[in-house]
Structure formats: C-alpha cells, structure tokens
Design a protein around this ligand. Structure first.
Ligand code: SAM
Length: 289
C-alpha cells in the first residue's frame, strides 16, 4: 500500500482505530516527492544501517528498507507498533523499537547491530522529526558522537533556517554554530503544510547534515568552546565583553585582555563571530587557566 497517499493513511488509521496524538508531533508525511527526496539524499547504500527516528505509520521506513541492509526505527507511541507490524510486514530487514529516542543509547544500539552483522558499513540517520524535540534530538546525536555518516531530517522551517545561518545573520546562534562545528549542512527541500496529515500549523524543511570526519575547527577544550558559544549568545544585544564574563569571570579588564589576545574586539557581538573566532577565544581562555 502506498503510504504517501492521504486516503491510504486514513484507511490504516480507521483499520487500527488509531488516533493522532498532537503532543507527540504526529503529522504524518503524505507526499511522494518529499519522501523520495529524503530517502534519495540520505545516500543509503545496500550495506548501510538506517536508524529512523519516529517512523509513524512507516512511510519513510518502507522506502528506506528497499535500499538499506537494515532499518531500525525508534517509535515512542505504543499504539503505532501494531500499525507498523501491519504496514511493514513484507520487509524482513526492519526492526522496530518502542522507546523514546532521547532515552535510547544510540551508540550501543549501533554497536550491537554491527556485532550481529559485521557486513554493515555506514550508518544513516533519518526522520521526519517530532517538532517539539527537534533540537534535543540533533544535540543528542552530535554531542554523544553517535557514529553516523549523515543525518537527513525534516523539521520546522524556522529551526532549519537557524541551523543553516552563518555569521551576520539574525538567525545565526548557538544552534547554528554547534551543528556547523560537527556537520556540513545542506538544504534538501521545502515541505509545505499540505504535505502532511493532519496539517501542521507551520511549514517544514528537510536538511542533510553530513558529519565531518574532522570538526570544522580544532579546539583544546571542547566543553569550554561550547561554553563560550552559549555565553556569547546568551544575551544577543550585549557585547562579547559583557557576555564572556560568564566564562572568564567578573573582571572586565581580564575579559577584554583575553578577547584582545584572541584578536577579537570586545565591542563585537557573538552573532558576528565565525567558528574559528569562537575557537580562538576558547583556546585563549583555556591557556589562561
Ligand atoms: N515518520 C513518520 C512520517 O513521516 O509520516 C512520522 C513523523 S511524525 C512528525 C513524528 C513521529 O515521531 C511520530 O510517529 C511520533 O509518535 C514519534 N515520536 C514523537 N516523540 C518521539 C520520541 N521522543 N521518540 C521516538 N519517537 C517519537
């Protein structure tokens, strides 16, 4: 059955007496072009393991299973487990885990899959993410160094804009800097609210995040680097001289000296700083301790 058709999603919904749960971000994709874009841009090879976040009724899962060696899909809603058993019954290479992705040890899951099947090559993560936890999911995958080659995900357009933005843009912030430190970011496509059932209130966008083999910049102390990014963007209207007190301490002269040592004018604002400049600040602070 083609799950990209709204009529078919309604039919499955009725067959299983399933009700959409708004609080779980259940807006199911029903647009073949967008599904094909997500799967196509995920670069799934025949020896790859796909981890899907929030399979819903299995629209992306089925298409991923046609290409991958194995798909493991993590779905929080137990009401969807019998639905997925039905819609994905013809695929022997699909495993469903009924769990909260934020509570799932993805590194261990991947290690176990690779142990069971040493032929597995790359890991591809994909999903039409529940919008209420998009940022925590992305942060979990990146900060836990989950060994994936790429992450192709649908999210609310505003969040995608923030992730793609560079220095000088109003939407450039801690999320942009953190994701770009770990990944190359590419826009895959837009998805209007019409592509989903039920229709969400916002438009969406698909991004492909390709995990860099080496981080975008090298830093002595990664935690301190992220602390500098967080402090810099904590009060967007304030200068770095002010914001960096959170990391360096209350002595304004010391803050100014360290920023100048890093070649950064203390009167600048975080939204103008490149990753390289944040790295220089973090390294100067580290060396001063
Ligand atoms: N992939 C399906 C599609 O494109 O039609 C469903 C996408 S829907 C936007 C988000 C899915 O994520 C829902 O199935 C929802 O139940 C599931 N979900 C929500 N929170 C979750 C969590 N914390 N862990 C795992 N799945 C979650």
């Amino acid at each position: 059955m083609d799950l990209n058709k709204k009529s078919n999603i309604r039919e499955i919904k009725n067959k299983h007496d399933f009700r959409f749960t708004k609080s779980l971000g259940q807006n199911f994709l029903a647009d073949r072009n967008v599904t094909e874009m997500i799967i196509g841009e995920s670069d799934i090879g025949e020896k790859d393991l796909v981890i899907e976040i929030g399979p819903g009724m299995g629209t992306l899962t089925a298409m991923a299973a046609e290409r991958a060696r194995k798909v493991v899909a993590i779905e929080i809603d137990s009401e969807l487990i019998p639905v997925l058993a039905d819609t994905l019954r013809e695929y022997e290479n699909v495993g469903i885990i009924n769990n909260d992705v934020l509570k799932t040890d993805l590194k261990q899951l991947i290690a176990e899959e690779k142990k069971t099947d040493p032929e597995i090559e790359d890991v591809r993560i994909l999903g039409n993410l529940p919008y209420y936890i998009t940022t925590p999911i992305i942060m979990k995958i990146l900060r836990e160094d989950v060994p994936a080659a790429s992450i192709t995900i649908m999210m609310q357009k505003e969040v995608a804009d923030r992730i793609r933005s560079g220095p000088g843009s109003k939407t450039y912030g801690a999320l942009s800097a953190t994701v770009q430190y770990y990944c190359e970011v590419e826009k895959v496509c837009d998805a209007s609210a019409e592509c989903f059932i039920p229709r969400p209130k916002v438009d969406s966008e698909v991004l492909k995040l390709t995990i860099r083999p080496e981080k975008a910049v090298s830093v002595i102390d990664e935690d301190l680097f992220f602390a500098c990014i967080r402090a810099g963007f904590s009060q967007r209207r304030k200068t770095l001289g002010n914001c960096m007190k959170q990391v360096i301490g209350p002595d304004r002269q010391k803050v100014n000296n360290l920023l100048e040592e890093a070649g950064i004018d203390p009167a600048r604002r975080a939204e103008t700083l490149s990753l390289d400049e944040f790295a220089r600040i973090a390294d100067c602070v580290r060396e001063s301790i």
